[in-house]
Design a protein around this ligand. Sequence first.
Ligand code: NAD
Length: 356
Amino acid sequence: MSPIAAPTGDSKVAEWLSHPVAGAVVREWLADQGASERSIAPAKRLSFNKLIKVSGGRFTQEMLDGMIAETARRMAEGGEPVAAPAASDPEPAAEAPAEAPEWVERITEGRFTGQTVVVTGAGSGIGRATASRVAREGGRVVALDISEARLKDFQASHDGLDITVVTADVTKEDDIARVIEAAGDRIDALANVAGIMDNMTPLGEVSDEVWDRVFAVNVDGVMRLSRAVIQRMLPRRSGSIVNVASEASLRGSAAGVAYTASKHAVAGMTKSSAFMYGPHGIRVNAVAPGGVATNIGDTMSYDSDLAQERLEVAMAILPTPVTPDQLAASICFLLSDDGVNVNGVILPSDGGWSAV
Ligand code: NAD
């Protein structure tokens, strides 16, 4: 019998998982991290090399090298008796589609020159990528986040650009007042990006604590800051607000009830505000991201067997996660004057997930 080739960094995660030796190595490694095959299901179509690139440090070259070495060691020893991949595995290696060519960001020089743009959640993920792109396209960015350390890191890595950081909690009126003061009289645009996940519980199991916390950040925070910013936009009869909704704004199968309801509320706030303020020169839109490789997993847990079983069905059609920069491209389009004729849309930025 000819030996089965060991997977490499170019092999897809699905191929690793279906390999009789490497599959066990990956599963054991995931268990050590407190994760499971399920938690990387959306990444099954990515090669490990690509996963390292998009994971924002969660997967590293050292980890991959360690798994390659361990697989080689076990294969040299004749392989271990390991479980074959489940028959229901939706991604058998042979059927995994080819990886798309890498997307390359193209800066639009000066797109935000002369503008002050407030970005929430700017310390990480989509908010950080958005704040970065606005600053690199000439804007003055007022970057806020609840995490001072993340903001410091963001500012340090954008030396020489016009960035004011404000450590602030979007759920607190006093903090919002400090943000508005830091921004000054003129605010051209606002990106409401800060948000948290829930614990994937359905309505019959959700706790008051989870519900209240998720709504406080994802809904009250967007309302409070937007309410204050609109007062600065109205006298100038100009402004653009972009809210970060979610695939969970469009369907019931992307998260628990608290997150799903909160993101539907964001969609409602977006449409109401677009309708009310369109004639006053203020556009209000939202993007609905699919899976994006960020730190949001830190705010998420799976606390319901019932929901987990149901969500697994939906997760099988999840497109592979993208990088925060790819979301920032959609957000910056809507934030900028390029979005001149767009008002009140909930723009899916999800690789086509919402078309399924
Ligand atoms: P992230 O965790 O990487 O970044 C979110 C940032 O918001 C963090 O830096 C966090 O400190 C900050 N934040 C949290 N609570 C805050 C508060 N009360 N006040 C101020 N800042 C606060 O996550 P991300 O994936 O970049 O999430 C950004 C937005 O995108 C969220 O609204 C999220 O719901 C949405 N979204 C993300 C995904 C995804 O797959 N990552 C998918 C759909 C929607």
